[in-house]
Design a protein around this ligand. Sequence first.
Ligand code: ATP
Length: 457
Amino acid sequence: MSKVADSSSPAPSGIPHGGTENNLMEKVVSLCKRRGFIFPSSEIYGGLGSAWDYGPLGIELKMNVKAAWWKSIVHRRDDVVGLDASILMHSKTWEASGHVHNFNDILVDCRQCKHRVRVDHIKDGKCPSCGGKDFTEGRPFNLMFKTNYGAVEDGGSLTYLRPETAQGIFVNFKNVFDVTRRRLPWGIAQIGKAFRNEVTTGNFTFRMREFEQMEIEYFTTKDEAPACHQEWIDDRLQWYIDLGIRKQNLQLRKHADNELAHYAAACTDIEYHFPFGWSELEGIANRSDYDLRQHSQFSGVDLQYHDQITGEKFYPHIIEPSGGVDRAALAFLVDAYHEETVKDQTRVVLKFSKQLAPIKVAVLPLLKKNNDIVAMARRIKNDLQKELVCVYDDTAAIGRLYRRQDEVGTFYCVTVDVQSLEDGQVTVRERDTMRQERIPVDNLRVYLKDHLDYARY
Ligand code: ATP
C-alpha cells in the first residue's frame, strides 16, 4: 500500500468560505468552541459579556499572529525596536494623552425599552433595539477602567487600566532613544493588553473589553510624514495578504476630515469583510507632533528629538499603525474557513497559512492495535516535536482523524502503516490538496521543514 485511504481524495468542489454570510459567523463561533480555539470567559458562572478565553488551539493561533507581526516589524527591519511597557501607568499619562477628558462615548437611554445606546449608533433617530424615538439627554461615558494603585483608596491613588498600548511607547521615547541612539526615521513597537469599557459589544471577539493590541509609533519629520504614512499603509495591508487573507476581503478606508482627531493629519483604516460587514482591523494614523509635545508639557521633560549631525531640535511627527491581535486572529479564522463537498460529504477545513496554522503536523497510526505501528508513529512524533508543533492521535479511524485535523487547519498529516514497518516510508498528506506522497522517515524532518517554509517563521 502506498497511499492511505482517504474518502475525500478526489479534487474537492470548493465552496470558498462555506455557508452564507449570515451563518458563517455562527459556524466559526461554534467551531471555535467545539475545537478549543475560543471559549466564553467565566462560562461556568454564566459568562462575562464581551470577554473571551483562548483555548489550546486559540492560544497557538494568537501566538503565531503576534510572532508573525513581531518578525515583520521588529526582527526584519532595521528601523524599529521593541518595548514591553506596563499596563498600569502614572495617571498623568492619561491627562496628557487626552483620555481623561476626551475618551468618551455619548450615551442615551431609550425611554421605551430602556436600552442604552451610543448616540453615533442611532440611525434615522430610531432605537436600534425597539425602534422607539424617545431618548434621554446624552451624557458622556468614559471608556477607561478605573482602579486604585496601592493599598489606600483615595484620589491620589486613582489610575486606569491602559486603553491603548501607545502611551507606554510615548513615555519611553527618551529612554529608548538614549539607548539606541538612532537618527530619524525610526520606531518603537509593542504588543500588549488594553482595556476599554465598551458600551456596545458583541460580534464575538471583534469588540471586547479586554483585548490585545499590536502598535507601532514611527517617528519622522513633518515633511516626510505623508510619504511615510503611505508606506506604512501599503506595508500593513500586505502583511495581512502575505499571511493568507484574500485580497478581495480587505479594503482601505480613508477617514474624512470630520472623523479625525483635532491633532491628526490623516488616518486610514484597513478593513476586513467580516460576515457582519466591513469593519476595522487596524488604523494607520498620521498623528502630527501632538503626542511628544503633550507629554513634554505635562511631565516637564524635554522629549524633543535632537539630531546630532544637523543640530536640529524638534518634536518628531508620528505615524501610528495600530492593530488588534484579536481582530486579526478573528479575520484569519473567518477567512480560513472553507467547506468543500467531496463525494457527497462536507469537509470543513481551516486553510490557515503555514505560519499561522496552530498545528503544523499530525502523526497518525493507521492501526492503533498494532504495537509496532504505534511505536513508530510515536517515535516520529517525538522527533518532529523538537522543531515543529506536532500532535499524535489514534482515537479514531483514519478518515475521521484526517477530518479532525482539516477542521483545525493542521498543515500535514503523516500516517504510519504496515508497509512503513518494512520500507521505512510514511504517507504525508497535504491539507489543502489532500495529495499524498510516500517519504522515507529519514528524510521526513527536512521534507516537512522545507515544505512548511520553516525558515520564514
Ligand atoms: P472601533 O472604532 O472599532 O471602536 P477604534 O478606532 O476605537 O476601533 P483604535 O483606538 O484605533 O480602535 O485601536 C486600534 C486597534 O485596536 C483597532 O483597529 C482594533 O484592531 C483594536 N481594538 C480597538 N478596540 C477594540 C476592542 N474593543 N476589541 C478588540 N479590538 C479592539
